[in-house]
Design a protein around this ligand. Structure first.
Ligand SMILES: NC(=O)C1=CN([C@@H]2O[C@H](COP(=O)(O)OP(=O)(O)OC[C@H]3O[C@@H](n4cnc5c(N)ncnc54)[C@H](O)[C@@H]3O)[C@@H](O)[C@H]2O)[C@H](O)CC1
Ligand SMILES: [K+]
Length: 215
C-alpha cells in the first residue's frame, strides 16, 4: 500500500505522541538503511563511505547511518551541508553530538566539496519528504558532486530532488543505485525507479495503531 507524504507526517506525529519518539524512529531508519546497504556491498570494513547530510531529519537518518557504519569498520566521512548550529531538530542534534564524541567518524561541515579520498559509497541524506521548490545552495552543488562521482550511491528515504509525493523532480536531483524509504512507500517514489535504483520500504517500529484515523 502506498501512502501520501502528509499521511506519513501524521503517522509519525501520532506515533511520537504515543511515546514512540522520533529519535527512536530515526534510529531504526538509519539501522534498517545500513542493513540494506551492507546486504549489497558486503563487508564495510575499510570502505570509504561519504555521507552528505542536510539540516533536517533526512540528514539525521544519515547521521545514524554514520555511527552504525563506523561500528562495522567503515572509514566514514560526514559532510554536513551547513553549520552545526543550524541543525533543525532535536533528534538530529542529538545524533550530531554523539558523532562529535567519535573520532572514528570524520566530521566536516559547511560547503566545501574537497575530499582527500575516493569514496566507495556515497550516501545521500540531503533532502527527504521536507523538500520544497528548486534546490538551493549548498545542496545543489553537493547533488552535482554526487552525480559526477563514480561510485555506489545510496539514497536515504528518497533521492534528493525527487518529490516523494508527485514523482516530479526539482532542477537538480540525485540518481542512485539503491533507495530505502521508511514505514510505507510514498506515492511518488516508485514512479522514478530510474533515480531510486533498487527500492525498499522498511519498517521503523512505528506502532500500527499510529495509523488509526489516518489510513
Ligand atoms: N517517515 C518517518 O516516519 C520518518 C522519517 N524520517 C526522516 O525525516 C525526513 C524528513 O525530515 P524533515 O526534517 O521533515 O525534512 P528534510 O530533511 O527532507 O528537509 C527539510 C529541510 O530542508 C530544507 N529544504 C527544503 N527544500 C529545500 C530545497 N529545495 N533546497 C534547499 N533546502 C531545502 C528546508 O529548510 C528544511 O528544513 C524523511 O525524509 C526521513 O528521511 C525521520 O528520521 C523519522 C521517521
Ligand atoms: K535523500
Amino acid at each position: 500500500m502506498e501512502i501520501t507524504v502528509d499521511q506519513m507526517y501524521n503517522i509519525e506525529n501520532k506515533g511520537h505522541d504515543m511515546g514512540f519518539l522520533k529519535k527512536f524512529m530515526m534510529e531504526n531508519a538509519g539501522a534498517a538503511a545500513v542493513r540494506r546497504l551492507l546486504e549489497k556491498i558486503g563487508n564495510a570494513e575499510s570502505k570509504n563511505i561519504l555521507i552528505f547530510v542536510g539540516l533536517g531529519n533526512n540528514g539525521g537518518d544519515g547521521l545514524v547511518m554514520a555511527r552504525h557504519l563506523a561500528g562495522y569498520g567503515a572509514k566514514v566521512t560526514v559532510m554536513l551541508l551547513g553549520s552545526p548550529d543550524k541543525i533543525k531538530t532535536e533528534e538530529s542534534n542529538w545524533n550530531w553530538s554523539i558523532l562529535e564524541k567519535m573520532p572514528s567518524v570524520k566530521l566536516m561541515s559547511g560547503d566545501s566539496l574537497e575530499f582527500n579520498f575516493k569514496p566507495d559509497v556515497i550516501i545521500d541524506g540531503i533532502l527527504g519528504t521536507g523538500i520544497t521548490g528548486e534546490i538551493r545552495e549548498p545542496y545543489a552543488s553537493a547533488i552535482n558532486y554526487i552525480n559526477e562521482t563514480d561510485c555506489y550511491k545510496f539514497a536515504v528515504d528518497v533521492p534528493s530532488g525527487l518529490d516523494p509525493q508527485t514523482g516530479e523532480t526539482a532542477n537538480i536531483f540525485t540518481k542512485c543505485n539503491m533507495t530505502v524509504t521508511f514505514h510505507k512507500m510514498k506515492e511518488g517514489i516508485p514512479k522514478r525507479k530510474d533515480l531510486t535504483g533498487e527500492l525498499y520500504a522498511e519498517k521503523i517500529g512505528i506502532p500500527p495503531e499510529a495509523e488509526e484515523g489516518i489510513l
